[in-house]
Design a binder for this molecule. Structure first.
Ligand SMILES: [Zn+2]
Length: 221
């Protein structure tokens, strides 16, 4: 209760504004006003099957389209230094999931140490932090390592993308004992080529491991 009043007070003196339209937010709103929020197109509800990822269930929060608000949010998260956006997206993503799909451990898709130095953080880690805060499922950032940087994939065909990310990841640590279901977390799923590589690395070491994919956004088509 005390926290609630403190937040109200904070809001009166420092009104926060909608990240998109800059309208003043009411205390219950976070980042976006309710009007802008309606622009975000939810992926309802069950798992999506992605061709490259075969049997693996993928859960997504919003549809990703060119020039959409979702694209702006992801851009802000990756290039605008607004890492709290990742937390918010991860929390929202986790909030609507059925309990049966929740893993025992979450693994954010890593970026190379060099990229991390440039950006200051890994966006998927921030999505995972929100996911963790909502579900209590712990994240592990040491297990997967990215050893190869992949240049922007947007201009590449599906086959080129697959080649581009081949051998990009490795397992740096074994899974903790007793873990038989992990979740992989990423910001955008386009063809699934990147996530396919992560799955491949995990499957090679743990053929019976259950893997579920959770992404903040999924490209249409
Ligand atoms: Zn707004």
């Amino acid at each position: 209760m005390r926290k609630y009043f403190f937040n109200r007070l904070l809001h009166v003196f420092f009104p926060s504004r909608c990240w998109h339209c800059t309208e003043e937010l009411i205390a219950e709103e976070k980042f976006l006003c309710c009007y802008c929020d309606q622009e975000l197109e939810r992926v309802y509800y069950g798992p999506i099957n992605v061709h490259l990822l075969e049997e693996i269930d993928c859960y997504g929060l919003y549809f990703y389209e060119e020039k959409s608000l979702v694209q702006k949010l992801i851009h802000g998260l990756k290039y605008g230094h607004i890492k709290q956006l990742g937390f918010e997206l991860g929390f929202r993503l986790a909030a609507t999931l059925p309990k049966s799909c929740l893993p025992q451990l979450i693994l954010p898709v890593p970026i190379t140490p060099r990229k991390c130095l440039e950006r200051g953080y890994n966006q998927s880690e921030w999505i995972s932090k929100g996911f963790q805060a909502c579900t209590g499922v712990r994240m592990n950032v040491k297990l997967l390592k990215r050893i190869k940087n992949t240049p922007s994939q947007t201009q590449l065909s599906k086959r080129e993308r697959q080649k581009n990310v081949d051998g990009a990841f490795k397992l740096a640590q074994p899974l903790p004992p007793g873990i038989n279901h992990v979740g992989i977390i990423d910001d955008v799923l386009t063809t699934g080529a990147t996530l396919q590589q992560v799955v491949k690395v995990l499957n090679a070491a743990y053929p019976h491991l259950r893997i579920t994919i959770f992404v903040a956004s999924i490209a249409r088509g």
